[in-house]
Design a protein around this ligand. Structure first.
Ligand code: FAD
Length: 411
């Protein structure tokens, strides 16, 4: 089989492994990447799929320094593993400078932003918050407060579930150790960020009582949302907010498999086992009983995570009439409140039509108003008009600029 791996990042490895793999050759990340390379897979980085113009064809934009180049990929079988992103919810002041995504701030520190001596409040929901807190603390930040919106009774469910996953014990214990002495609160969420141009303080509500905390950064994230845009564009069906798959990770579209976070937010181990199963199925190899068992276990873990991070209804009341919900197109809450649905909001207000293409305000409006995205259309990301025009009329007979074919008989 001929196999190509396409990723829009500079380095392979996805959300949590891309930095590791380049830094240390002995990590699991680096070992997997080496294994793929020695197996003869073609690795293409900085290439972002923005369209699926015909069955078996993907259009991608490839970034080569200052130049953007459109490439066309043909495939017999496709494994979609587009990952997840943080969910943001609007509250007064959330667009102030230094109010950032929790993972976003972590990425900035990884790229060199100094946080030594800075006071940081971390707020939202999910295990990512604690991981980010530990990371920032390690880099010298003072964690003023780590707040989780869910009540302790809800997060306890995840702690109990963790007990069944011995592989998670050591990292969980390390986190507890790294966060010793950090003020933590459950039942606690940000109600406003204050400042002139830049953040000065955060007001949080904790067990019904309001507290104001002076800080330099507010790192926020309300768990994760799966990146479903590409599988939806391909026509894959969803169930319960994730891509519907069978035991072999097959989607509802013939020859399209899906693995990782679009099939359930369950962390790196679930993504690994899902990827291995999908690849085995695509190659016509058997899936072992051990792999099936592991997949079921991680699926259960994902469900426990979803329950632990279920958002409380009060978060729907945070945004005031003037609070921007779509920050690309400056659309305030009051303008959206009178819209019927996502489509109406797009037509009337341009909500979701800016550079992020609804990646931030889409999940927020889904939570705030219960809206569903009615359709996903290309381009999935902003691209030059020339690329769009070419993608609209794929020449399926012509020799593509780059071809990735995976199928039996190495054809
Ligand atoms: C900020 C953040 C921090 C996280 N930290 C942790 C953690 O510490 N531990 C943990 O277990 N989990 C963490 N997660 C969850 C994490 O996403 C998974 O554990 C793991 O990375 C899932 O692997 P994946 O292959 O599903 O997705 P990813 O690792 O995200 O890989 C998906 C890749 O596809 C690329 N991609 C997406 N769309 C396109 C496109 N159209 N064209 C080309 N490439 C595309 C992405 O850029 C990415 O490189 C984190 C998630 C986020 C958002």
């Amino acid at each position: 089989m001929r196999v190509a791996l396409l990723d829009d990042n500079l380095a392979l490895g996805g959300q949590i492994w891309r930095a590791e793999a380049t830094r240390d050759v002995n990590t699991a990340a680096a070992r997997w990447i080496r294994r793929a390379a020695t197996a003869g897979a073609k690795m293409v980085t900085r290439a972002r799929v923005f369209d699926a113009p015909a069955p078996g064809v993907l259009a991608a934009e490839m970034n080569e320094g200052d130049e953007e180049r459109r490439i066309e990929l043909r495939y017999r079988q496709l494994l979609v593993a587009t990952g997840a992103r943080e969910r943001f919810l609007p509250f007064p002041g959330w667009t102030l400078r230094n109010v950032l995504g929790a993972g976003g701030l972590q990425a900035m520190v990884k790229s060199g932003l100094p946080v030594a001596g800075k006071r940081v409040v971390i707020a939202g929901s999910g295990p990512l918050l604690a991981a980010v807190a530990a990371y920032l603390r390690h880099h010298g930040a003072e964690i003023a407060l780590l707040c989780e919106q869910a009540p302790a009774s809800q997060t306890a469910g995840l702690a109990l579930a963790l007990a069944k996953y011995p592989g998670k014990w050591a990292p969980a214990a390390a986190l507890v150790w790294q966060l010793a002495g950090v003020r933590r609160a459950t039942n606690c969420w940000p109600i406003a960020a204050e400042g002139d141009e830049v953040l000065r303080a955060v007001r949080v509500l904790r067990n019904g009582r309001e507290t104001r905390i002076a800080c330099d950064y507010l790192a926020c994230g309300f768990h994760l949302v799966p990146n479903l845009e590409l599988p939806l564009l391909l026509g894959c069906r969803t169930r319960g907010g994730y891509i519907e798959i069978d035991e072999a990770q097959r989607t509802s579209v013939a020859n399209v498999f899906c693995a990782g976070e679009p099939t359930g937010i369950a962390g790196v181990d679930a993504a690994l086992i899902g990827g291995q199963i999908a690849a085995a199925a695509a190659a016509g190899r058997p899936i072992s009983a051990r792999q099936k068992r592991a997949r079921r276990r991680w699926h259960r873990f994902g469900m426990a995570l979803d329950r632990a991070c279920a958002l409380r209804a009060e978060l729907r009341l945070l945004a005031g009439p003037e609070t921007l919900v779509c920050r690309c197109e400056d659309v305030a809450y009051a303008r959206l409140a009178s819209c019927r649905d996502w489509r109406d909001a797009k037509l009337q207000t341009r909500c979701g039509m800016g550079p992020c293409q609804g990646r931030v305000c889409g999940p927020a409006t889904r939570f705030l108003f219960g809206w569903q995205d009615v359709s996903i259309r290309p381009p999935l990301f902003p691209v030059p008009v020339a690329s769009l025009a070419a993608a609209a009329t794929p020449d399926t007979g012509a020799e593509p600029a780059f071809e990735a074919v995976a199928g039996k008989n190495d054809s």
